[in-house]
Design a protein around this ligand. Structure first.
Ligand SMILES: Nc1nc2c(c(=O)[nH]1)N[C@H]1C(S)=C(S)[C@@H](COP(=O)(O)OP(=O)(O)OC[C@H]3O[C@@H](n4cnc5c(N)ncnc54)[C@H](O)[C@@H]3O)O[C@H]1N2
Ligand code: MOO
Length: 395
């Protein structure tokens, strides 16, 4: 059996970039930007008034003028104009273009305006209240770098530079395959010996948050059917995410079948709990990557976060998600396995702390829903003290 860090390393070696596609701006949130985006114009594109008030030429102020006749009005959205007579001023609204031969904006609150005459209440500063052309970013400058998760604010930037067909990283085509005769659909009432297939829905949901829409399939514990279906799926998908049928039971056919259909085993079983009987492999010619997770709901879900997500993120050029957290109480791991303990986290005096969630083992799905993540505890003879910093995997 291999250690968690070796297993993760082997998985990451098979990370892949699936190329680029273009999606409409409205569909791009949550995807990963695949190319640098350049500004198509200066930002702001013109000298922009930042206050409602008047605009004037400061030389008049320097010459002692305090009273200005208003020679016109400039709402936002009107083309650039000229302050013809620099002894006058124009009213200007926030967002409007500062006219040629004017250089200073005075807000209404610093003025008295009566009968078309504006009187300064105080001496302004030259150049005030103007957001200068190109002061945020210049035309041609990179405003968004590739390999960035597209958030709502990134969408705003893309919109402002006119990118409505957004270049994003292509996502792998994923099939989620659950196995087991005891499993039934979620919308029926199970017999006493049956359970609803929760793993597939948890995986579906986790993938949806990565914008992956997986194909879902359930297979009974029949070796011939499993072989036939997986043989087909290996051609049609980039990734197979299986759950169940990988430990030592008489009906745990998955490892044998995967090898029969040409998937090369990278490893089977990892020195970890939960998720120990994890099987991972790849089809050498087709490139299909197979994550075959142990069936216990917590094991499936933990391994999705411990292996699939880092694999996906690496392929898309995103940074890893592993963080550190401070233990809110002492914990132990004296055995040979790396333990992943379900924890809830909370802030205390500016420090993120973790406390274990009460659990009943890797079949206990309910405790999973109470957890924020998993802390990673390596084997350690003298235990982990309260206040110790350990790796943390948000789930
Ligand atoms: N002799 C041994 N027995 C077991 C070992 C071992 O090393 N030697 N490992 C144990 C560990 S650890 C785990 S984890 C499980 C993994 O077993 P399988 O991957 O073969 O999974 P199944 O037996 O098919 O199912 C286990 C458990 O999970 C439930 N399950 C499965 N799929 C789903 C699903 N889609 N939704 C909800 N629940 C699911 C299933 O009903 C079982 O209760 O093996 C131990 N045994
Ligand atoms: O991986 Mo099993 O994960 O301990 O229940």
């Amino acid at each position: 059996m291999i250690h968690y860090s070796e297993a993760l390393e082997l998985v990451l070696q098979h990370a892949r970039d699936y190329g680029i596609e273009r999606v409409h701006l409205k569909k791009a949130v949550g995807r990963v930007l695949a190319e640098n985006i350049q500004a198509d114009r200066d930002f702001p594109p013109f000298n922009r008034a930042t206050k409602d008030g008047i605009v004037l030429n400061y030389s008049a102020v320097e010459n002692g003028r305090r009273v200005f006749e208003i020679s016109g009005i400039l709402p936002a959205g009107t083309p650039a104009s000229v302050l013809e007579d620099q002894e006058t001023c124009m009213e200007i609204m926030t967002g409007a273009v500062v006219p040629f031969d004017a250089d200073t904006v005075v807000m209404y609150e610093r003025l008295q305006v009566e009968n078309g005459i504006a009187t300064l209440q105080s001496t302004p500063e030259k150049g005030q209240n103007i957001h200068y052309r190109g002061s945020d970013i210049g035309k041609g400058d990179v405003i968004l770098e590739a390999n960035k998760r597209i958030t709502a604010s990134v969408i705003g930037v893309l919109a402002s530079v006119g990118v409505y067909e957004v270049p994003v990283k292509k996502l792998p085509r994923v099939a989620v395959i659950s196995t087991g005769n005891e499993l039934v659909e979620v919308d029926i009432i199970p017999e006493a010996h049956q359970i609803r297939k929760s793993n597939s829905y948890a995986l579906h949901a986790a993938l949806s948050s990565e914008k992956i829409e997986p194909m879902m399939l359930h297979l009974q514990d029949d070796k011939d059917i499993i072989r036939q279906k997986l043989n087909y799926l290996v051609d049609e998908f980039d990734v197979l995410l299986l759950s169940g049928g990988v430990s030592r039971g008489k009906y745990d056919f998955i490892p044998d079948v995967l090898q029969e259909i040409g998937i090369e085993k990278s490893f089977h079983r990892v020195l970890q709990r939960p998720g120990k009987p994890f099987w991972f492999g790849i089809h050498p010619e087709k490139g299909t990557v197979v994550f075959s997770f142990p069936g216990n709901p917590v094991s499936t879900f933990a391994n999705y976060h411990l292996y699939f997500k880092p694999w996906l993120f690496k392929g898309m050029g995103l940074p890893g998600q592993t963080r550190t957290v401070v233990l809110g109480q002492a914990m132990e791991n004296t055995g040979p396995l790396t333990l992943f303990i379900k924890v809830s986290v909370y802030w205390e005096d500016g420090v993120l702390k973790a406390t274990p969630v009460k659990t009943n083992g890797s079949g206990d799905l309910v405790s999973l829903a109470k957890a924020d993540g998993l802390v990673e505890l390596q084997s350690k003879a003298n235990g982990f003290k309260e206040g110790e910093v350990v790796p943390y995997h948000p789930i």
